[in-house]
Design a protein around this ligand. Structure first.
Ligand code: B1M
Length: 232
């Protein structure tokens, strides 16, 4: 994005310069620099959640804008995604570190035809950190995968992710199939992904649309409490 200064020493940058530099490094797909930046912010006392949202997710938002505008292409975005995952892998154990009792079990996966998994992974991490057990089905899931896992795992919640306008309608296929099989009401269904909104969530018959990972955690807690007739 900007001219990379070969002599740049990340640890010497103050926070207000380091974070934009990390946005640039994410944009340029520099996984080692992202790893270094995350470690520096952790040493400076930043919370894992702040690093995730302010340095990594914000960096990926900028990548998304230039991808949309045809300035970046798939290979570059894949490198950026790799750098993002390098940072997330450091934060994951810190976000998950919890002595909290299990609040419920969620099966989650990206829908058929869709290979975006960063948002789903983030939701999984935050939910696990909040005390939910997660069964991650990965990407490109046909309805059978969800149904089989929900039954096998005796899950409470189904989470579906879609990042494409062409794949988000598949969520309705999954929910309609669950209705046909008479199992829809056995589970809480939460959906998310950049192109979705509340209205879409309602229209396809989901219990909740979640704008981001933090909302997913709060929503899951509320819906689980409601299910068990407990105060949230
Ligand atoms: Co893709 N891509 N991509 N891409 N990609 C988007 C989604 C796009 C918006 C870019 C753009 O044009 N601006 C666009 C979709 C346009 C549309 O449909 N309206 C797009 C396109 C077009 C494509 C391809 C078709 C490009 C091509 O081949 N010509 C192709 C499709 C491949 C396929 O899936 N079949 C494609 C491919 C790729 C890469 C492989 C290069 C890579 C994915 C790598 C990976 O995931 N491992 C990629 C990426 C990285 C992106 C962008 C840049 C970033 C997505 C991301 O990771 N965001 C994206 C642009 C954008 O979204 N701004 C784009 C960060 C992440 C933390 O946010 O995923 O939104 P997000 O998740 C959030 C919330 O949405 C929510 O919580 C998360 C955390 O807060 N959430 C949930 C998500 N899932 C949830 C599930 C829940 C709850 C909440 O369940 C309970």
């Amino acid at each position: 994005m900007v001219e990379e200064d070969d002599d740049l020493i990340l640890s010497e940058l103050p926070d207000e310069e380091l974070v934009p530099q990390m946005h640039d490094d994410l944009y340029d797909g520099l996984a080692d620099e992202i790893t270094e930046g995350v470690n520096i912010l952790l040493e400076r006392g930043w919370t894992p959640y702040d690093i995730l949202t302010k340095a990594l997710v914000e960096g990926m938002r900028i990548v998304g804008i230039d991808f949309r505008d045809g300035i970046l292409f798939v290979p570059e975005v894949l490198l950026a995604a790799n750098a993002m995952k390098a940072g997330m892998s450091i934060l994951k154990p810190l976000l998950i570190e919890t002595g909290a009792p299990r609040l419920g079990k969620m099966v989650i996966g990206t829908v058929k035809g869709d290979i975006h998994d960063i948002g789903k992974n983030l939701v999984s991490m935050m939910m696990e950190g909040a005390g939910f057990e997660i069964v991650d089905l990965g990407i490109n899931n046909p309805v059978e995968n969800y149904l089989e896992a929900l039954e096998r795992e005796r899950a409470d919640i189904l989470g579906m992710s879609a990042l494409l306008t062409t794949t988000m309608p598949y969520m309705k296929v999954v929910i309609d199939t669950m209705k046909e099989k008479g199992v829809r009401d056995d589970y809480i269904i939460m959906v998310g992904g950049a192109p979705l909104n509340e209205e879409f969530g309602r229209a396809i018959g989901a219990d909740a649309y979640c704008r981001d990972a933090a909302v997913a955690v709060e929503m899951a807690k509320t819906l689980m409490a409601r299910r068990h007739n407990l105060p949230a």
